[in-house]
Structure formats: structure tokens, C-alpha cells
Design a protein. Structure first.
Ligand SMILES: [Zn+2]
Length: 285
């Protein structure tokens, strides 16, 4: 079973001390894949400090020199992987950035090149802001040779005329009808792959995430925990469940307790994992 951790919203606004508090220790055990915003617009995201919210000013990552140095060091040490997380992240028109816009190809290509130049790394994965993407966004990432952190699905851009779309759809439906938890595979859409994230937030539950992780271990699949460094100290909304950071820690402990687990970066998992496709279906689906 391949295990990975995705953390969204690193940007100009991130204090490297926050990342170090969140992942300094954990990243010695396995890599953390950070979804980074190249030019964060100070809108409504909780990753934007309150005093900046609603100003709509644009903040390039390289203007936070301390953070850039910290990330470059983490990449060099193999503790962090960098993924692309939108371009501006927040938009004043109220629509989600990668939902439906006519310049997404430019945003993906330019954002990717910028992050690769500033941080000295290679980007393999795109994570859409607020987990929302559409057909044009998928086309844009495929053109750049990137994979998707998340699962788009039929309603959010899988090509309706592709046999692969419906082969996947039927296989996943059968999995769920058999009582399968989550989606413990990488999904192969031919021009890109998708790796579903399992949210670790105040709204998630330990029981549900542990059930999905156990099923991923049982089918020798994949499990990607998706969280935010700025939320790890927040209590769960579910009585009896621990802080978000403690939820993440419990999932890590469970994953590491299985001798069948390999902890890799999201980019490595999505590039190498056994995947659901027309020609290579995992045995349990
Ligand atoms: Zn985000």
C-alpha cells in the first residue's frame, strides 16, 4: 500500500515556522507534498491572514524570502515535494479559480514554470483550489504533463465520449456497491492520472478515515491524506474526535503499523501506483 500526505495552501502568507512546527518531525519519517500557490490573491481563503483578507492584492511567493529558502532546503533534503495549487487561489468574482475560466492553460503553464524556477524543483502534480476543477482545467494540466491531486469525476470534466471514463465509472460504482470505502486507487484517465485525497479537517471523522485506510491496506492500494498546516491545531467538530493534527498522526501511526505500507510523495505515488484503467484493473475492483 502506498501512503502519502498532501498539504494545501503554502503561499507568500506562510511563515516557515508554521510548516516546521507542523512537519519538522513528521517529514523525517516520510515526505510531505505541499500544494503551493504561486501568486496568492488576498481574498477569502483561511490561509490568508485576517488583516489581508478581502484586499485582493496579489502576493508572489518569491517576496517571502525566508519561506523560499526554507522550501528549497526541504526539497533538497527530500522532506518536501512541491505541487502547483492554482495560480491566484482566490478570485474577486466569487467563482472558484479553476471551475470555468478561459485562461487556465496560461495559469497552469506560467504557475508551474514560476514555482520550478523559484524553488528549484520539478512539478508533477496540480491541486485545484477548493478542490474544484472542470473540463478546461483538466485539459490544461494534461497539456503540461501534470497529474491531478484529487478526483474530478464525470460531473467535473472527465470526457463524456471516452470509453475510459465509463469503464472507471462502472468499476468505482461496483466498488461502492460492494461496500468499499473511499477510492483506494490512482485513476488513469489516459492523458493524466488522478489521486483522490482523503480530507483530514475539523469535519472529517477518525473512524471514516481509518476505515478507508484499512481498506487501502487490504487491497494494496493507495491512501492520500489531505490537510492544511494552518488547521492542524483546530478541534474536530465531532464530539470525542481529537484535534485535526492528532487525527493526521493517528492515520500515520496506522499506516506505519502495516509492514505493507510504503510512504512516498504524492508525485511518486501517482506516477508509479497500480491504477484503475481499462487495461490494468486492480484485483478487488
Ligand atoms: Zn487551497
Amino acid at each position: 500500500m502506498l501512503f502519502c500526505i498532501r498539504d494545501d495552501d503554502t503561499s507568500f502568507f506562510t511563515d516557515p515556522d508554521e510548516l516546521e512546527r507542523a512537519y519538522g518531525e513528521l517529514s523525517k519519517w516520510g515526505p510531505i507534498s505541499l500544494a503551493v500557490v504561486p501568486f496568492h490573491r488576498a481574498g477569502t481563503s483561511k490561509g490568508v491572514p485576517e488583516k489581508f483578507r478581502g484586499r485582493w492584492s496579489v502576493h508572489p511567493l518569491h517576496e517571502n524570502r525566508q519561506l523560499v529558502d526554507y522550501l528549497r532546503g526541504g526539497v533538497t533534503d527530500g522532506r518536501y515535494e512541491i505541487m502547483l495549487h492554482g495560480y491566484y487561489h482566490d478570485e474577486p468574482d466569487g467563482r472558484r479559480e479553476f471551475e470555468d475560466r478561459d485562461d487556465l492553460a496560461h495559469r497552469v503553464a506560467d504557475g508551474r514554470k514560476y514555482l520550478e524556477d523559484v524553488l528549484g524543483c520539478r512539478i508533477r502534480v496540480f491541486v485545484p483550489p477548493r478542490n474544484t476543477i472542470g473540463r478546461e482545467g483538466l485539459t490544461a494540466i494534461a497539456r503540461e504533463g501534470l497529474h491531478l491531486g484529487g478526483a474530478a469525476g464525470v460531473r467535473s470534466g472527465w470526457p463524456l465520449l471516452s470509453p475510459r471514463t465509463w469503464a472507471l465509472w462502472f468499476r468505482l460504482r461496483r466498488w461502492r456497491r460492494q461496500g468499499g470505502a473511499g477510492t483506494p486507487w490512482v485513476l488513469d484517465l489516459e492523458d493524466h492520472r488522478e489521486i483522490p485525497g482523503n480530507a483530514v479537517t475539523p469535519l472529517s471523522t477518525v473512524a471514516q478515515n481509518e476505515a478507508i485506510l484499512r481498506s487501502a491496506i487490504a487491497v494494496d492500494g493507495v491512501f492520500c491524506a489531505a490537510t492544511h498546516y494552518w488547521e492542524l491545531g483546530v478541534p474536530s467538530r465531532h464530539p470525542g474526535d481529537p484535534l485535526v493534527g492528532e487525527q493526521l498522526r493517528r492515520l500515520i501511526d496506522l499506516a506505519r503499523s502495516s509492514p505493507r505500507t510504503t510512504w512516498q510523495s504524492v508525485g511518486d505515488v501517482v506516477s508509479s501506483a497500480m491504477r484503475v484503467s481499462r487495461t490494468s484493473a486492480p484485483c478487488a475492483v
